[in-house]
Structure formats: structure tokens, C-alpha cells
Design a protein around this ligand. Structure first.
Ligand SMILES: Cc1cc2nc3c(=O)[nH]c(=O)nc-3n(C[C@H](O)[C@H](O)[C@H](O)COP(=O)(O)OP(=O)(O)OC[C@H]3O[C@@H](n4cnc5c(N)ncnc54)[C@H](O)[C@@H]3O)c2cc1C
Length: 386
């Protein structure tokens, strides 16, 4: 090993940037961040990009430590035995440690006829840009169907409703992760924004100008937005590493890959003990700071600690003027407490801004990021890493 430790961070999202910044507290670490785009994507604002009230990107110069070298490329394969990362450009990078932070993607099911051809996902920048262009070509009064009543579907439907669109939200259940009161507050706001909610429904087919439900009902839809379901990049499984069912990198409770001690995961693409935390920006950042601390502990010859981040709630924007803040137990279970209305919208906006501030602060003062602990994870290691 050279006197400098070479760390490659794969993925420049919330987790990758925070981990890279935190690692910069040691001057003997050489940090390289790989990301397919030269700009940071604020995924939590992609629905706003489509609605036309935010660009959902930030310059890395504002949030990434200048100690990290940004390489705009895509990782294609991790050769974990040789500790070599292969990039799409053909370049290879040797590493001592690799932080796996490739995040998540939106998925459109191939099992629903027409979904891949006609539905628009929203989970990534390029997908959101395609949807933005499609919306721009679609008359304001044309029917829009949002499929999926999770937080992304709710936020998207609200934003489009507020922009004067005629929106129907089709879902099995509205806001299943919310408590009764939080769900009621969301439903009330959606109604006010003119969004029709169709619950207990399954989409069985998507056509160019309509969707069909399980009971045979056809709903007109000039643009079908698919928000139901997250997937993850296949880099870990393509590289022969152990993953969970969805393809997240399987780790122990220190976030170390169960296969290789030199690979540490963070964010949506991590699956500690195959009991992953909720895919969220909120938890991606504490996971990233933990991943960096695991690596730093190893360099110091110490035992890394087990993961235990607390959840604090779910912040949902309902257009620009209202929101719902669903409080939760530290273990992410919804509490019967929420904040609604304009106050919730302001809190949500501060959270979005705060996210970038946290990243920027960790770049300026590495090691300063702090997140409450107490999520009560006490899982067993699934396998001993080599
Ligand atoms: C519309 C929308 C709204 C959301 N709102 C909220 C919210 O309000 N609150 C909340 O907590 N969460 C929210 N989320 C979820 C949140 O965005 C994600 O959980 C979060 O982005 C995860 O952070 P991450 O760093 O793990 O991954 P990401 O932010 O997805 O970053 C991963 C990065 O890795 C890159 N990458 C992928 N594969 C490779 C590769 N092979 N090589 C190199 N780079 C690669 C990706 O391009 C990306 O830049 C929302 C998501 C969406 C889509």
C-alpha cells in the first residue's frame, strides 16, 4: 500500500458527496469521485424541475471538497479482488478503499403492457428532463395520470395540480408510510389542488393516450407519470458482489461489503444486513457519514461502530404553498403527529436548502456533520468480510 490511501467514491449524489467531504479530514487520503454528470443532481427537487420552478442541479464547486478529484464517467465493473474499478471510458482506477454510493433509480415495470413504451419515470435527471419536454408539448387542460401514491407520486401530483394541470393520482394506497392524520392532510390538500385520487387501483395497461385499471376502467391520460417503485443500479451484481433482492450492496452493520473489507456502501444502494433503511435523502447522508467513519476507523486501526441513525420524519411538499411533515419514531415508524399547511411548506423548503448546506459545511469543516442516533438497529452480521 502507498503512504497515501486511495479512495474512490462511486456516485456523486447526497451520499457520495458527503462521504468524500468527510474523508477530507485526513490529508493522507487521495479522494476520487466518479459521477456520470458534471453537476450534482438534487433528486429531491426533480418534480419541481418538471413543474418548472427549480432546475434541480447544483455545481459541485459549491458542495464538494476541493480535495476530491471529480471524474465524469460511469463505473462499469468493480474488480474487488484486484481493487480495480473499470470505467465506461475504458479507464481503470486502482483503489485501496471504494465507497459504493450509486443511489437508486426509478423503475417502470416490464410486466405492465405499454408501461415501458408510454409511461414517464421521474427518478433521475434525464428522465425528468424527458418528462419536462413532454409536458411542455401537452396542453394545460390535457389529462395527466400520476401512478403511485408514495411520497414521490404525491409531491409530483401536487406540483402538477398547482401548475393548473388536470391530474389523476392512481394508487393502491395513498401515502402508505404516513399515519392517519398525515394521510388526511395530504388528501385534503390534493383535493384543494384539484387532484383526483383513485385508490385501491392497479394499472394493468398503459396506452399512448389512456391507462387501464384492473377492474377494466379506462382513464384518459395524455401523459402517464410512473412513480411507483425504485430500483438500483446493477453495478454491484454486475461485479459479482453480494446484493439483496433489489440489487443493493449487502453489507454488515458497519456498512462494509460482506464480501470485501475494502468496499463500504452508503445511501440508497446500501443494504445493511439485508434490512435496508428507507430510500431517502434524509438517511442517505447519515449512512454516508457512517461509511466514511468506518473507513477512517480502519485507517486508525480501530473497530468501526455499528450503524444506528435515527429517522425524524417524512417531509412532503404539496406544491409550493403547503406541505405535510409526518413525525416519526426514531425507527421510522410514523407517529400520530404531523404539521400541515404553509408552515410545513416552509419547513420542507428549509430541509431542501439545508441538505445542500450540510454538504457544503462538511466540505469546509470535514467531520462536522452530525445526525441523531437511536434508530435501534441491532442486526447480526450476515457474513464475515475478507
Ligand atoms: C422526485 C423525488 C423526490 C424525492 N424527495 C425526497 C424527499 O423529500 N426526502 C428524502 O429524504 N428523499 C427524497 N427522495 C429520495 C432521494 O432523492 C434519494 O433517496 C437520494 O437521492 C439518495 O441519495 P444517494 O446519494 O444514495 O443516491 P443519488 O442521489 O441517487 O446519487 C447517486 C449518484 O450515483 C450516480 N451513479 C449511479 N450509477 C453510477 C455508476 N455506475 N458510476 C458512477 N456514478 C453512478 C448517479 O448518477 C447519482 O449521481 C426523492 C426522490 C425523488 C426521485
Amino acid at each position: 500500500m502507498t503512504s497515501t490511501t486511495r479512495v474512490v467514491v462511486v456516485g456523486g449524489g447526497y451520499a457520495g458527496v458527503l462521504a468524500a467531504n468527510r474523508l477530507s479530514q485526513r490529508t493522507d487520503i487521495d479522494i476520487t469521485l466518479i459521477n456520470p454528470r458534471p453537476q450534482f443532481v438534487e433528486r429531491i427537487r426533480l418534480h419541481q424541475l418538471v413543474a418548472g420552478n427549480d432546475d434541480a442541479v447544483e455545481d459541485y464547486s459549491a458542495i464538494l471538497t476541493d480535495r476530491a478529484k471529480l471524474v465524469v464517467d460511469t463505473a462499469q465493473r468493480i474488480d474487488a479482488d484486484a481493487k480495480v474499478l473499470r470505467l465506461a471510458s475504458g479507464t481503470t482506477l486502482d483503489y485501496d478503499y471504494l465507497i459504493y454510493a450509486v443511489g437508486s433509480t426509478a423503475s417502470v415495470p416490464i410486466s405492465v403492457p405499454g408501461a415501458v413504451e408510454f409511461a414517464y419515470p421521474l427518478g433521475e435527471l434525464e428522465a425528468a428532463q424527458r418528462l419536462t419536454a413532454r409536458m411542455a408539448d401537452t396542453a394545460l387542460q390535457a389529462p395527466i395520470v400520476v401512478v403511485g401514491g408514495g411520497l414521490t407520486g404525491i409531491e409530483a401530483a401536487s406540483e402538477f395540480g398547482e401548475a393548473g394541470r388536470s391530474v389523476t393520482l392512481v394508487t393502491g394506497a395513498l401515502g402508505p408510510s404516513l399515519a392517519k392524520g398525515g394521510r388526511r392532510s395530504v388528501a385534503k390538500r390534493l383535493k384543494k389542488l384539484g387532484v383526483t385520487v383513485v385508490e385501491n387501483a392497479t394499472v394493468t395497461q398503459v396506452q399512448a393516450d389512456s391507462i387501464t385499471l384492473g377492474d377494466g376502467t379506462a382513464l384518459p391520460s395524455s401523459v402517464t407519470v410512473w412513480t411507483a417503485g425504485f430500483a438500483v443500479p446493477t453495478l454491484a451484481s454486475d461485479s459479482g458482489l453480494s446484493t439483496d433482492r433489489l440489487g443493493r450492496l449487502l453489507t454488515d452493520e458497519t456498512l462494509t461489503s460482506v464480501d470485501h473489507r475494502s468496499i463500504i456502501a452508503a445511501g440508497d444502494s446500501a443494504s445493511p444486513s439485508a434490512q435496508p433503511l428507507r430510500m431517502s435523502c434524509q438517511l442517505a447522508m447519515p449512512l454516508a457519514s457512517h461509511a466514511a467513519d468506518t473507513l477512517l476507523a480502519r485507517l486508525d486501526g480501530k473497530e468501526p461502530k455499528n450503524l444506528n441513525p435515527a429517522s425524524v420524519g417524512q417531509c412532503i411538499s404539496l406544491g409550493r404553498h403547503a406541505g405535510t411533515i409526518q413525525m416519526s419514531h426514531f425507527n421510522d415508524q410514523a407517529l400520530p403527529m404531523h404539521i400541515g399547511g404553509n408552515l410545513a411548506a416552509s419547513i420542507k423548503e428549509s430541509v431542501c436548502k439545508g441538505t445542500l448546506s450540510f454538504l457544503a459545511k462538511e466540505a469546509r469543516k470535514p467531520g462536522s456533520y452530525f445526525w441523531p442516533q437511536g434508530g435501534k438497529r441491532q442486526k447480526n452480521l450476515t457474513k464475515t468480510p475478507v
